[in-house]
Design a protein around this ligand. Sequence first.
Ligand SMILES: [Zn+2]
Length: 372
Amino acid sequence: MRVDDQKITEAGNSLTPKKNEKVIQFDNHYLYCGLTNSHDHLEMNLYPHLGNPPYRNYTEWARDVYKPDENPVREIERIPIKYRLLWGGIKNLISGVTMVVHHNPWHYTLGIHFPVRVLKKYAWAHSLAFEKKLKNKFPFWKRTPFVIHAAEGTDDFAQGEIGQLKKIGILKPNSVLIHAVAVESNELDLISQAGSSVVWCPSSNYFMFNQTASISKLRKRIPVALGTDSTMTGQSALFQEMRTAQKSNEATVREIFEMVTSVPQKIFKLPQQRILPGFPADLLIIPIKSKDYYENLILQESEDITCVINKGKVHYSDRSLANELVLKGYIHKVGTSEKWFAYDIDQLKMNILSTGIEEKRFEGNELWKLLS
Ligand SMILES: [Zn+2]
């Protein structure tokens, strides 16, 4: 494969190197298009899991954990948002993600120098319970995705939300419902008739409610993508999320693969990805742990990744590969492996700690542990 200026320019078995081109050979590796994480709150990934589950629905959880005058919320919210967002970007980068659907307002930090692409054309609302003037949040343009937490719980309150969305007139083809745990056959009919989509976040669901959505039923009639949610309730790596999805027996490894690649591209009207000339060079290179291409993806850990390329540039890789490519950047440990980053993780951690927050606040944060 030949990569030039953000794009794949050639791919095949008979390429020969041109003068001054650098050739890297990967033995025992599979190549993937960069993954899409369809649900995250990028600035909320410094949190540990919060709350004392199980809850009946998201309002119970939110009222239990949102105490802005108490820690950890007080101290973490004082950290400048640009550092919190960047931390969320690093979380996704080291999971092979090249595109994230962020659920919260757009921020300039999420632009061109951010570690991953972030969907820019979207409309969002938190949820029926926590959004005033919900109808005003619905986009005018039919192609703009409208993202909202819905049916997040196991009780009648959560189940009733789908009917309510329809009643208000915002259950539409561009509506993307996050969680949909309480969806039964009536709600499934409503969502499928409306042509709306669902994003599944199983680890967050299991943490909060000890159960998840009936994805095996849903995905027969509705597009379903996969998302991690933030570390407040979810797991930090998309690989872990994929494994939780597999363990739930609601989807096969191939279906889970589609939930982080082709399905979100359709739901969020993203450019298609292929390993073919003309397509963006957003790529993930990982060692072969299983011959099965789909299973191999979900068996990975962040420290196993050989290389993540975004817009034709290496953003995260093995130290040895970075040496070979003579890349300028930063070495940082990920678990037990030394990795190369295009981002200064030590500086980011210092910036976070310079607000006076004690490092022990992050003891329960999986990503902080992985990057210490
Ligand atoms: Zn969420």
